[in-house]
Ligand binder design. Structure first.
Ligand SMILES: C[S@@+](CC[C@H](N)C(=O)[O-])C[C@H]1O[C@@H](n2cnc3c(N)ncnc32)[C@H](O)[C@@H]1O
Length: 275
């Protein structure tokens, strides 16, 4: 219940403060708005991924899940039985989030992508479809989820260039970073606690460079995640952040000038701010 109130309060604060492209003066962020936030182009990949989601939403399969995200850092995973249809409906990235991820990857053209938290592979498929030449590693604690994700990637013929690694982030993150050598894009979408997010961020930053983009889901899911996002914003390596509520994005490029934080909505959500 406390989380629900936090989410409602955070949304109201976000919405009241949010700007549209007409208040943005940074050319880089203006491009972000045009290419990522406002772009309405439709791609065949969206149809294919959402058809797979629809199939999963009808699936009678129940997975035995080892949930590392529900465990405290360093302790054993919590064992749960979770229907695939629930993962497809409520745990996976939404269609709107998927399209944002797709357009962000299409705009940034990452060559090496890392995702923390695969679940059944919905976000993975959007990212992999947008960056056909990227090396992509995605990490998932539940072997049962990882198996479903691998099957989905196979159906869309994305499995040749996307590796789903099973195991706790605590064990898999560093080897994955070492295997990639550097990261151009990281999607943080699992283990939503303040301490673990900070920990994984520092590990990823050690393999980042000036053009790396860091994407965070669920920064308003709990007070702890919002505190984690505030720490990301204050991090000395972060030069610009864009919060679009559904996702929050941090850029490290020092050429972007003095550190700036943006909260943005598409113009149609604030029509009186469209000039
Ligand atoms: C929100 S889901 C990921 C959704 C996915 N990124 C998408 O876009 O559809 C988070 C996933 O992270 C996994 N996870 C959470 N904490 C973890 C940890 N410490 N180690 C490994 N996996 C973890 C969970 O098993 C869960 O499947």
């Amino acid at each position: 219940m406390q989380k629900k109130w936090h989410q409602i309060g955070a949304f109201l604060r976000f919405y009241l403060a949010a700007q549209t492209r007409y208040q943005v003066h940074s050319p880089f962020v203006f491009d972000f708005v045009n290419f990522v936030l406002e772009d309405q182009r439709w791609y065949y990949a969206f149809e294919d991924i959402e058809a797979l989601r629809r199939e999963m939403r009808r699936s009678p399969v129940v997975l035995d899940m080892a949930d590392h995200g529900a465990a405290t850092l360093g302790t054993a995973p919590v064992l749960r039985q979770v229907p695939v249809r629930q993962l497809a409906r409520t745990v996976a990235s939404s269609p709107a989030q998927g399209r944002l991820l797709f357009r962000l990857a299409q705009w940034m053209r990452p060559e090496r992508i890392l995702e923390l938290g695969t679940s059944v592979g919905i976000g993975t498929m959007y990212l992999a479809s947008a960056a056909p030449n990227a090396r992509f590693i995605t990490l998932e604690g539940s072997e049962a989820c990882a198996h479903v994700a691998r099957t989905n990637l196979g159906i869309l013929d994305l499995h040749h260039r996307t590796e789903v690694v099973g195991g706790a982030f605590q064990d898999t993150l560093l080897p994955a970073l070492q295997q990639l050598g550097r990261v151009d894009m990281v999607f943080f979408d699992g283990h939503h606690t303040e301490a673990s997010t900070g920990n994984y961020l520092e590990q990823c930053l050690a393999f980042s460079h000036e053009r790396t983009v860091l994407v965070f889901d669920d920064v308003y899911w709990s007070p702890g995640m919002t505190a984690a996002w505030e720490k990301v914003k204050q991090h000395p390596k972060v030069t610009c952040t864009v919060d679009i509520f559904d996702l929050a994005v941090a850029f490290l490029n020092p050429d972007l000038g003095a550190k700036q934080h943006f909260r943005l909505v598409p113009g149609r959500f604030k029509p009186w701010k469209n000039w």
